[in-house]
Design a binder for this molecule. Structure first.
Ligand code: ADP
Ligand code: MG
Length: 307
């Protein structure tokens, strides 16, 4: 299972990138879940053609009881992608990070991964604040790989730097690591060079370069992705390339793990770098999908903020 978190500054194009990437995976025949973790709750709009989706936090506010089925807080979008939005607290009241944690714990209770058995899970997360709650997707066995969306603009790169630092803070515990940078162009001067310098200084690489194009707005106005509307076009190709690369990496990781199992060399954990997590999640009785594959969503503690 590929578990990806997409982070970046507000408005930089995370949801656009995430939904196009979900659509690309879906068109490759993969079973996909996209979880929007932004209080804006607009992550999955381009997959749902404008159909309303009840954000989990809204559901919890409006009902006395937790939902008893996934159907109450999910919707199927383009390519059968299962869409979920955490939503956020009433503005000015409460902590958005805690909303993400409550949602994740609820999804665990509803046995989301066990029931859906996805090939790919994408978390679309706001990166302006990387508090305990917003860092939840990169902790506790949720996402394994982080993609940071940035343009060459100063503030976008600043947020990207913070996200990279937050991931590094957790990395030594065997949690997520940064897979690379997605350059989503704003057409600022020397944009590629600026982002390349940023990446090089941190030992990162640019894994996709998305042009600024009005077609994104045209697609968005219809509640669709470019991948759906123009799958053979140059822009869709960038998303297919990225999806294919991630699938190939996953396949070679699984093959290495399989080799390890056959030879009994114990390289299962080495191959996916998640040895500590595997043990921890199974110990915790998390949602494990196999004996040696950490498929679970672990239980999360409080985000630690005072609100
Ligand atoms: P975020 O999720 O990071 O807040 P969005 O994905 O909602 O940002 O994008 C913000 C706006 O920018 C949207 O209207 C989207 O259509 C537009 N946009 C994103 N990427 C591009 C691009 N490469 N070219 C043109 N418009 C884009
Ligand atoms: Mg968004």
């Amino acid at each position: 299972m590929i578990k990806l978190a997409i982070y970046g500054k507000g408005g930089i194009g995370k949801s656009t990138v995430t939904s196009n990437l979900s659509a690309a995976f879906a068109m490759r025949g993969k079973k996909v879940i996209q979880i929007g973790c932004d209080p804006k709750a607009d992550s999955t709009g381009n997959l749902l053609a404008g159909k309303p989706l009840m954000p989990v936090m809204n559901y919890l506010r409006e009902h006395d009881e937790d939902p008893t089925s996934l159907g109450e807080i999910t919707a199927r979008g383009f390519g059968n992608v299962l869409c979920i939005e955490t939503g956020g607290p009433t503005p000015g009241l409460g902590c958005a990070g805690r909303g993400i944690i409550s949602t994740f714990n609820l999804l665990d209770d509803l046995r989301l991964l066990e029931k859906e058995k996805p090939d790919v899970v994408l978390f679309d997360v706001l990166g302006d604040v990387v508090c305990g709650g917003f860092a939840a997707p990169i902790r506790e066995g949720y996402a394994e790989k982080v993609l940071i969306v940035t343009s060459g603009e100063k503030m976008a790169l600043y947020a990207a730097g913070n996200i990279n630092s937050a991931v590094l803070n957790f990395e030594d515990r065997g949690y997520a690591s940064v897979e690379g940078i997605i350059l989503n162009r704003r057409n600022v001067e020397s944009e590629r060079e600026k982002v390349e310098t940023f990446a090089r200084e941190r030992g990162l690489r640019i894994v996709a370069d998305i042009p600024r194009d009005r077609a994104f707005q045209t697609a968005e106005d219809q509640g669709r992705t470019i991948v759906e509307l123009d799958p053979d076009g140059a822009i869709a190709l960038r998303f297919f390339d990225l999806a294919d690369r991630l699938l190939a990496e996953e396949a070679s990781g699984s093959a290495a793990a399989e080799d390890g199992r056959r030879t009994g060399s114990g390289s299962v954990t080495a191959a996916n770098g998640r040895g500590a997590e595997t043990g921890r999640m199974e110990e915790a009785g998390g949602m494990t999908g196999g004996t040696d594959t950490p498929h679970g969503f672990g239980k999360l503690e409080d985000c630690g903020c005072p609100m």
